[in-house]
Write a protein that binds this ligand. Sequence first.
Ligand SMILES: Cc1cc2nc3c(=O)[nH]c(=O)nc-3n(C[C@H](O)[C@H](O)[C@H](O)COP(=O)(O)OP(=O)(O)OC[C@H]3O[C@@H](n4cnc5c(N)ncnc54)[C@H](O)[C@@H]3O)c2cc1C
Length: 282
Amino acid sequence: MTFDYHEPRSLAEALALLDRYGDDAHLMAGGTATVLLMRQGLLRPGHVIGLRAIDDLRGITPTRDGGLRIGATATLRAVERSPEARMYSPALTDAFASVATVRIRNQAMVGGNLAHADPAQDPPPMLAALNATVSIRSSRGERSLPIDELAVDHFTTSLAHDEIITGVVLPPIEPGSRETYLKFLPKTADDYATVSVAATLRFAPDGTIAETRIVLGAVGPTPIRARRVEDALRGQPPSRVRDALELVPDEVDPIDDLRGSAAYKREMARVWTGRALARVTR
Ligand SMILES: Cc1cc2nc3c(=O)[nH]c(=O)nc-3n(C[C@H](O)[C@H](O)[C@H](O)COP(=O)(O)OP(=O)(O)OC[C@H]3O[C@@H](n4cnc5c(N)ncnc54)[C@H](O)[C@@H]3O)c2cc1C
């Protein structure tokens, strides 16, 4: 494993390095995924660009409108421990606290987690249920992307090679909204999810469901938004949840693996979506 390691101190410097070395450059945040891939010989960059020294990528700060901005190099542990994140939504804290072990959470960073695009990761479904936007920079300019347009397949994103995630922006949460994150871990407590469910829900004044967002992890090539379930529940009383859950198995697209058969995961997706909705409609 031989490569040149660069640790730029500014975003401009990092972007210039990406432009200079093109496909031979690879970004590194916490390195938990990158180092494994390099050790396995699946990734052989000539230049590794470490992002941890760039001030502009740091921080977890409330936005003026009541939302939250999380910098790309905030560690998963920093988000888990952030009073601002907990104040924004305790379910956000739960999702970050669900990742593997403290050791991994101390190392892995938000931008690395999103760009790695493993569909079984914990933060992305919760961030999607909270309607997050990803901020992206390249030497060509700046753009924002709804988080559910970032991952496009297993371990694949819509990012161009010269783009850097600078952070994630969460909009203000509407008054009366409830949120939850549940992770089904039948094997060990530090495993990736067999199924995970992030849900947000807001009631209308008449007690019907005004809006819900349901995002499932580990049951498809990317986090999956259960849109048909959401549509079936909009304007309905919570007593309709049971019927709507029958739509879940057709929303997901799991694979057979060590954590269970596709059929088992479809059924678990239905069961755990029911548990998540029970928490937000209680
Ligand atoms: C044993 C183990 C168990 C784990 N279990 C879980 C789990 O249960 N749940 C969970 O959610 N995660 C889990 N993870 C962590 C997860 O799978 C990733 O390894 C981690 O989130 C990657 O973050 P990182 O900062 O280390 O990224 P890195 O390894 O540094 O980078 C990952 C990828 O992102 C790119 N990248 C990094 N930063 C940026 C940026 N700012 N802009 C654009 N691209 C960027 C890199 O080029 C690379 O392709 C686990 C990891 C390990 C090793």
